[in-house]
Design a protein around this ligand. Structure first.
Ligand SMILES: [Zn+2]
Length: 192
C-alpha cells in the first residue's frame, strides 16, 4: 500500500505513514500536502489541484464524489521536534534488527526460513521482548530447543537489544522496501 513521507515543520523527514493516515492529517489541518516542487496545499486546494493532474507517482484515490492524488510527502504544520517513536516488537522487526541472520550460526536466510528464538526459553519464564528474542534459523532453533545458549553450547553472536527507531532504519532493512523518487532528496539530508 502507498506510504507517505512525513516532514516536520522544518522540512526534516520524521516518519513514514500509511497514506490514509497522511490524508487524515491533511484533512484535519494538521499537515499540508506537498507536490513534487514542495508547494504546499491544504486539503481543499489539494483536491482542486488533483483534478488537473493526469498522472501522479502515488496514484489516485476515488470516491463517488471526489478524486484526489495520494500525497507522497506531507509536512506537519505545527511540529518541530522529531517525535519519539517506539519500534514495534514484531517478527519482521526482530528479523530486520538481526539483519536476517541467525543469531547462533550467523547464516543469512529469507524470512520464511527463519524463526524467532527465546534466548531464555518461554518454558523457563523467558520474556517475550526485544532483549530475549532473537532471529534463528530452523536447524539452530531445533538444536537449541528448551535450553539456554550456554547449556546448548550455542553462544549468541551478539546480545539482543531493543532497537532505536530511525527513519532510514524503518525503511531500509525491509527487503522489499521501495523508496519513491520524491523521497530521496528529502532523505539524503537525513543520513548521518
Ligand atoms: Zn543458525
Amino acid at each position: 500500500m502507498a506510504r507517505t513521507l512525513v516532514l516536520n515543520r522544518s522540512f526534516r523527514a520524521v516518519a513514514v505513514a500509511d497514506w490514509r493516515r497522511a490524508v487524515t492529517l491533511v484533512y484535519m489541518g494538521l499537515a499540508e500536502a506537498l507536490d513534487e516542487d514542495l508547494t504546499p496545499y491544504d486539503f481543499q486546494a489539494w483536491i482542486a489541484a488533483s483534478s488537473n493532474w493526469a498522472q501522479v507517482p502515488g496514484g489516485f484515490v476515488s470516491s463517488p464524489t471526489t478524486r484526489f492524488a495520494v500525497p507522497e510527502v506531507i509536512r506537519l504544520v505545527r511540529y518541530d521536534r522529531i517525535p519519539h517513536r517506539e519500534v514495534a516488537f514484531t517478527r519482521h522487526n526482530v528479523f530486520a534488527r538481526d539483519r536476517y541472520r541467525c543469531s547462533y550460526c550467523g547464516k543469512r536466510k529469507p524470512s520464511d526460513e527463519l524463526d524467532l528464538d527465546h534466548v531464555i526459553p518461554r518454558s523457563r519464564e523467558g520474556s517475550n521482548e526485544w532483549t530475549n528474542v532473537v532471529t534463528s534459523c530452523r536447524p539452530c532453533n531445533l538444536k537449541k530447543a528448551d535450553r539456554l545458549p550456554d547449556e546448548a553450547g550455542m553462544p549468541l553472536k551478539a546480545p539482543p537489544v531493543k532497537p532505536r527507531w530511525t527513519l532510514m532504519g524503518s525503511l531500509v532493512p525491509h527487503p522489499r522496501a521501495h523508496i519513491p523518487e520524491s523521497w530521496k532528496k528529502l532523505l539524503s539530508a537525513e543520513t548521518r
